[in-house]
Design a binder for this molecule. Structure first.
Ligand SMILES: Nc1ncnc2c1ncn2[C@@H]1O[C@H](COP(=O)(O)OP(=O)(O)OP(=O)(O)O)[C@@H](O)[C@H]1O
Length: 688
């Protein structure tokens, strides 16, 4: 319940099961604060939420007095001491270290909106990466929460990092994306439904809930990215350039949302490149970087007096943010060493305490007016939901609390991800239809080309060629289907996995299984059509062996595709991948037979999956005492299938060996692919 006296400051208390403690805020009544305090005021399903009267904005009267941030139970102040980040540059043996962040310190308080600013290349993204825990290799120094060295695992459970590129699943609608995220992060079914609706409405996405994410505008994508993370209810949120690519109105709306989230008690930290004067005023705290050093840490209001003390006066009518960037870029001379010393490389808190910003109501009022006039979609931050477990709340950094790394069990994650991947695969028409179409068309074409050859001894060599083509075709299609789709997911997986939605193991298992049915159906169609049209023996066990071997070849190629997709991007995968298996094709027994090869290289035959696949197919058609074939020509050299197999050095081959090799190597390849994926994701994080 909230008791507010209209038009004046008042004391308000939260009492409810979502707020375990009674909190006291000082509030100023304004147009839209009820959006923060009471999300239910926006009716679900209302066609135009902006037609609602936007009434109140809850703002601490004295801007950000310490009591606000520290008064909110569970509020997290993010500190860092002597943070350095070094990369190695140069060629293999001439690699030299280069310092990107140089021994910087600072503190960002809970309940405040902090901007990390600086010229391009000054290290903003790197600082965000290090503070969010996204980049660990090469970083040194202490990271703190409420002045205690933080436990990374616990911290990551209560924080999130929203990167510059909003990598969303393009084939899911807003509602589906939110529901799947809720399934992964929340346990109670009732809570999930309510929270998903509440967040979609509060982020102004209700009208777009059935829109696919690839059709959303930049601002809507950003809001969806935020909504997806808010399901976890993080207390600390990092944003890398949240306004990049957005127009001025959407940027304002986005920063307003960040501001609201800060006002609800969260710690909001974002890097920002060149904000307009209005946006700049909306930040509470400023952290300025130049050449990896801290040039200023303090309130936005205090920034100009701070620079004036060094005779750096902002010209009249000049955007203070532009002026700041000009100073940091050295346009007025090299002030970096002086500013670094003045701020004590981030340790000097004087400007934070003495020049605390009072909120610029004009800019917020302006946004309120835009919302009231229907020019801006009303959005609001849902209230922070504090953890129900007291031990998690009070001893946040304790190693005992919040033991499990993920909100749901591995099996649950696997089943949700499997469902999601199936849904995406069915929506991916190009992949689903083209795969089925290719297999059917090629099968019909081959059937016509090799019509009835299987029952004629004079066509034994043609049948041999058909079997080899089958190996090649199944290998290439299954391989390409996975190599060209899997790497596209990498940025999405990196973000979701980092933000603790699910374990990599669950994801990999789901993606490994999800593509199997579609590929196997296409393979089944291919093998049935070709088997009958090419006139292979009408014996059910031979048909079974043939289909089984075709499926194993596809399975192996899929596993190989997964391995390539997990290790390299699409371009490299498509170019280099085939080089991985082409040498084995030479040793399949088609071009050169085992006994004809040089003894030194015969061993390669025994590790050639193409040989096993090819042998398996030939054995299923010609092996197992197949009787003499009728000859429809004057002379047939290969009347006896056994004689043909002996000439191809396949008389001692076993179908069971082919099954074991292809099955075993598929499993081994998938295990290697899993480890390759986890290494790739880690190095992907380093590259960013
Ligand atoms: N892996 C890396 N190897 C070498 N240099 C790197 C690496 N990662 C980052 N850098 C360098 O570190 C510096 C800081 O990069 P960062 O992305 O943090 O800059 P930024 O301030 O966010 O810039 P922008 O505003 O342009 O995004 C840049 O000069 C960049 O070239």
């Amino acid at each position: 319940m909230l008791a507010i006296e209209n038009g004046s400051s008042a004391t308000a208390s939260f009492v409810g099961d979502r707020q375990p403690r009674c909190l006291t805020y000082k509030v100023r009544i304004d147009y839209y604060s009820s959006l923060i305090m009471d999300p239910s005021r926006l009716k679900l399903g209302s066609k135009r939420p902006n037609s609602q009267k936007l009434e109140l904005l809850t703002i601490p009267e004295h801007g950000h007095d310490r009591s606000f941030s520290n008064g909110v139970s569970g509020s997290m102040n993010i500190g860092f001491r002597n943070i350095s980040y070094t990369v190695k540059e140069g060629l293999l043996f001439k690699r030299k270290p280069r310092k990107i962040l140089d021994d910087i310190s600072g503190e960002f308080s809970g309940g405040e909106l902090t901007a990390i600013m600086g010229p391009s290349g000054s290290g903003k993204t790197m600082l965000m990466n290090v503070l969010a825990g996204y980049t660990t290799d090469g970083a040194t120094g202490d990271k703190l929460v409420n002045e205690v060295i933080r436990n990374e695992n616990n911290f990551r459970r209560r924080s999130c990092y929203i990167m510059q590129n909003d990598d969303l699943q393009p084939l899911l609608t807003v509602h589906e994306a939110m529901t799947i995220a809720a399934d992964l992060k929340m346990v109670s079914k009732k809570d999930k439904i309510t929270r998903v609706k509440e967040l979609i409405v509060s982020m102004g996405l209700w009208e777009h809930r059935k829109t696919r994410t690839n059709s959303l505008s930049g601002g809507q994508r950003k809001r969806l990215s935020i909504a997806l993370e808010l399901l976890k209810n993080p207390q600390v949120m990092f944003f890398d350039e949240p306004t990049s690519g957005l127009d001025s109105l959407s940027s304002k709306q986005c920063v307003l949302l960040l501001k609201q989230m800060a006002l609800s008690g969260r710690t909001i930290i974002c890097s920002i490149h060149q904000p307009s004067a209005t946006l700049f005023q909306m930040f509470d705290h400023l952290y300025v970087l130049g050449e990896g050093k801290c040039l200023y840490q303090g309130s936005v209001k205090g920034m100009l007096p701070y620079l004036e003390a060094l005779s750096l006066k902002c010209p009249t009518y000049h955007n203070p943010a532009d002026f700041l960037l000009e100073v940091a870029s050295g346009e007025y001379g090299n002030y970096i060493p002086m500013l670094r010393n003045k701020s004590d490389n981030g340790k000097n808190q004087a400007w934070k305490k003495n020049h605390r910003n009072t909120i610029q109501m004009e800019s917020l009022d302006h946004l309120g007016n835009l919302m009231q006039n229907g020019l801006l979609t009303p959005i609001h931050a849902p209230p922070i939901l504090l953890p129900k477990t007291p031990s998690c709340d009070t001893s946040l950094e304790s190693h005992q609390c919040c033991q499990g790394s993920y909100p749901t069990s591995s099996f649950h994650q696997f089943s949700v991800l499997l469902k999601r991947t199936f849904l995406i695969l069915t929506r991916d028409r190009t992949l689903a239809y083209s795969r089925m179409l290719t297999h059917t068309l090629i099968a019909v074409f081959l059937g016509i080309l090799y019509f009835g050859i299987g029952a004629d001894a004079s066509n034994m060599l043609n049948n041999f060629n058909f079997m080899f083509f089958t190996v090649m075709f199944l290998m290439m299609t299954a391989f390409n289907c996975i190599t060209t789709t899997f790497p596209l997911e990498l940025p999405i997986i990196t973000r979701e996995h980092f933000n603790k939605w699910y374990s990599l193991k669950s994801y990999f298992l789901a993606v490994s299984f999800a593509d199997i049915p579609a590929q196997m159906t296409a393979t089944l169609v291919y093998s049935l059509v070709t088997y009958f049209l090419t006139g292979q023996p009408m014996e059910s066990y031979r048909l079974g062996l043939f289909i089984g071997m075709c499926m194993l070849i596809s399975l192996f190629a899929q596993s190989f595709g997964l391995f390539i997709g997990a290790t390299m991007d699409i371009k490299n995968g498509v170019i280099l991948g085939p080089f991985g298996f082409l040498p084995f094709i030479i040793f399949s027994g088609f071009f050169v037979q085992l006994n004809s090869a040089h003894p030194y290289i015969r061993w390669i035959f025994h590790i050639s999956f193409a040989k096993y696949g090819f042998e398996g197919l030939l054995l299923s058609i010609l092996g197992y005492d197949r009787p003499k074939l009728p000859c429809n020509a004057d002379y047939c050299h290969y009347n006896y299938p056994e004689k043909f197999l002996a000439e191809m050095d396949m008389d001692v081959a076993k179908y069971s060996s082919a099954v074991m090799f292809l099955l075993g190597s598929s499993v081994v390849l998938r295990i290697i692919a899993y480890f390759a994926l986890s290494v790739n994701i880690k190095s992907n994080r380093k590259r960013r």
